[in-house]
Design a protein around this ligand. Structure first.
Ligand code: CMC
Length: 392
């Protein structure tokens, strides 16, 4: 009924009020709960930022200790979930495994589906999800390479434990490299929330039907997998590798991206909201240099990325359309330096984005928002009479 405004892709439609993340695309400002992303990336840890996003304030020492302790206590996953994992082929993309196993948590914790869950039960779901996602993520990788699964170690902090489950073997002693742990913390912080992006809107929309937190987040993971969204970080590195194999002619690839008869886009470039620069890309570019230096790695893809960026930034096509490198442009270079395989890049993005999805889902429920249900403008046949199949 009434008047419907069409806004494809919701370019100018606000779907909610939110007190979580402030983003100014013209000025390149990003703040979580009021704190500038630059300060958080420099000084905080991923778990502290997760607490901030989900509960609205930086934790006191005892609040933080309790949050961290609870998460540590829930890193094990049910052995029957392991059996589900065993059923996946080793060729399965880890994002498919991640979304499936996160969704399977609804079956193992059925109370999470009740529309009215207590505050305690909700907190338990939050803690479980934060804890188990890192085990599921690491195991999805182990599955893809056919290596034995490594169980979590509760004496390690969040990022170190994830790296341990990813890279250690039962036969060898695993040395944790603090440079790698700190880089991972920074990357996860930078991805932790980004207001009403595609996957977050998905989480809110699914959750608005009173669906469970696990089911809503699983839907968000699938949205994030798309190459126009989080899947871009994998695509960036694959693009840089293709440019390298093609002789390193970056101008040729910039021209290809400009060609309207070619569907190719420069991956890691452009953003719906940022029109001058993406503050996350600035931090990541600097971090990429630092991490590669600290680890003594000389990655030729970093040079190609720099040349490609320069070629695009000085090209009128990209200038006129205000297309700048986004968060995904340099993150893959760091992931590579940390030894993370390309297929795992988007999984890392999902781990980082999880506290944002949880915070947004929780806020929506607390604000008692109505079920999400966009309208449409119908363009089909007005009315027709049914004809028997023999008469068509
Ligand atoms: N390469 C070439 N042309 C581009 C690109 C690109 N990467 N991005 C946008 N354009 C052009 C587009 O063809 C259009 O041109 P015209 O006006 O001539 O039709 C114009 O710029 C505006 O683009 P749009 O598609 O209308 O912009 P949007 O806000 O709908 O899309 C975007 C934003 C991020 C989907 C898009 O810029 C894109 O596809 N980028 C490449 C994929 C990517 O890096 N995604 C990661 C986004 S940031 C992290 C995340 O969300 O996960």
């Amino acid at each position: 009924t009434g008047y419907v405004t069409l806004d494809s892709g919701y370019k100018n439609t606000g779907a909610t009020k939110s007190a979580i993340t402030f983003l100014d695309g013209e000025e390149g400002i990003l703040r979580y709960r009021g704190y500038p992303i630059e300060q958080l990336a420099e000084k905080s840890s991923f778990l502290e930022v997760a607490y901030l996003l989900i509960y609205g304030a930086l934790p006191t020492q005892s609040e933080f200790d309790s949050f961290r302790h609870q998460i540590t206590q829930h890193t094990l996953i049910h052995e029957d979930i392991r059996k589900i994992l065993d059923g996946f082929p080793s060729s399965a993309h880890p994002m498919g495994i991640l979304s499936s196993l996160v969704c399977s948590l609804t079956a193992f914790y059925p109370k999470s589906i009740a529309p009215e869950i207590s505050k305690e039960e909700l907190n338990l779901n939050i803690v479980r999800l934060m804890a188990k996602i890192s085990t599921i993520a690491a195991w999805s990788y182990k599955n893809s390479v056919g290596h034995p699964l490594i169980y979590p170690r509760n004496d390690l902090d969040y990022c170190a434990n994830f790296l341990y489950m990813m890279f250690s073997f039962p036969t060898e002693k695993y040395e944790i490299n603090p440079v790698v742990v700190s880089a991972l913390n920074k990357l996860l912080i930078l991805h932790a929330d980004h207001e009403q992006n595609c996957s977050t809107s998905t989480v809110r929309l699914v959750g608005s039907a009173n669906a469970s937190l696990y089911g809503s987040v699983s839907a968000g993971i699938n949205a994030l997998w798309g190459p126009l969204h989080g899947g871009a970080n994998q695509e960036v590195v694959e693009m840089l590798e293709a440019i390298q194999a093609d002789g390193g002619n970056t101008q040729k690839w910039v021209d290809k991206a400009k060609d309207k008869n070619d569907s190719f886009r420069l991956m890691g470039f452009g953003h719906r909201v940022y029109k001058n620069f993406d503050p996350r890309a600035k931090i990541i570019k600097k971090a990429a240099d630092e991490v590669l230096n600290a680890l003594g790695i000389n990655d030729p893809l970093l040079k190609i990325a720099g040349e490609l960026e320069q070629a695009a930034l000085t090209d009128p096509y990209f200038v006129e359309r205000k297309l700048y490198p986004n968060v995904d442009f340099y993150s893959g270079i760091i992931y590579r330096a940390l030894g993370i395989p390309t297929e795992m890049f988007t999984v890392l993005f999902a781990m980082g984005r999880l506290p944002g999805w949880i915070a947004q889902w929780k806020e929506m429920r607390e604000n008692k928002e109505p079920i999400g249900r966009p309208r449409q403008i119908y363009t089909g046949e007005l009315q027709r009479d049914y004809q028997e199949i023999s008469a068509r």
